[in-house]
Design a protein around this ligand. Sequence first.
Ligand code: ZN
Length: 468
Amino acid sequence: MRRSMSMGLAVLCLVICLAVTACGSPAAMRPPPAVPSAYLFHNVRVLYPDRAEAGPTTTVLVVDGVIAGVGVPDTGTLPEGTQEIDGAGRVLMPGLIDMHVHIFDEAGLAANLVHGVTTVRNLGGMPFHPGLARRIEAGRIAGPRLVSTGPIINERGGRNANPLQVLVDGADEARAEVRRQHRRGYRHLKVYSNLSRESFAAVLDEAAALGMSVSGHPVEGRPADPMEIGHTLLAGLATIEHAESIVWHGLDDNPDPAGMTRLAAEFAAAGATVSPTLVVHENLSRIVETRGAHLQRADMTGFNPVVAGFERDTYEFWTAYRNEDRTRMQGVYEEFTGALHAAGVRLVVGTDAGIMATPHGVSVLREMELLVRAGLTPHEALRAATVNAADVLGLADRLGRVEPGYRADLVLADADPRVDFQILRRPAGVMRDGVWYDAVALAELREAARQPGAWRTRRRLLMHFLLK
Ligand SMILES: [Zn+2]
């Protein structure tokens, strides 16, 4: 988000100094549990994305990480060694997808899994992300499916430039950067607000030629350019991030309802998909309202201390802030999100988890609650975190549904989460690509989620700064 990325050069130097003297790293997280190739869930009520009620109790068969059948009564034909799981009438639902995270460490992966988040899209690639994604896919480390954009692309001299971004100067450098990210294995790009019009056009053109998707903030151009959002809409981004940014760039923060309705209609006409990330701004407004006490809440246990160190100035700024405009604007962002929904704009769940006092996993549950407050039904909020997100990722035929042929990314919940999303703070079990995490395995993961690796994070940031 706009205000969260102010990291000074001094802090950067300190990080580098600390990192080059670092040695060793905390014990690596446990690999996933050993995997039988087949599971049969009995007595589960399947949650379908097109039905507001969970189905009657049935059975679900998973073979080699894929849902092989729903309602398979004949246990005589099961593959040898099938592990049977009695759901005891619980709800079996697709794993959740967070479309906007920042992963710095394996603890963040664990925090997602234990809340039923089985896919994340990292919007700010660093050199370790492609390898980490491969290790997760190979089953060497427990974590959600990790999709990552390349490093954030912004223009040199932009107002919001920060050390995590790659800064380009003009269209030629922008094209070269897209090609470089493609060579490094990235297939998704993230653009930031101060890309010049020419550089933005170059990124879009090069991305189209290479078959890469582009997501990001509304691109306003250089600080001197007039603020308008039309060319971001015309760009056809996979997702446009942050209701906060859209209200700023599209309405100059003016909460006039007619203006919101008009802008929402423009988004609908453009076929845009929006990730409102209401939860990250709510956390900021809560820091203001509680004079910083919100930073000490229990859910912040496990928040990466290196990131918190980077953001200390930001936290201090908002803790000392004495204006109610943040609370008021939170209401505006929710109202605008409601206007988008009413206009028929597709929404996905994104959180900005990993930065700005927004922890992984639990923030997905809160974002769904905030989408409901904005005017979605709980069912629609859940679709935003499952089928809508899967579709944006180009994985609609593999993720987001409990149906034959889909990957076995599943959550076993004690009750229908559409009654209370907080039930997913403690799922009875989570399956990620056919790997089953029962209550014991989830307890271990919960412990891992509380122990981020500070040195590992510093090393990774150093590599990013050296190689980006
Ligand atoms: Zn972000």
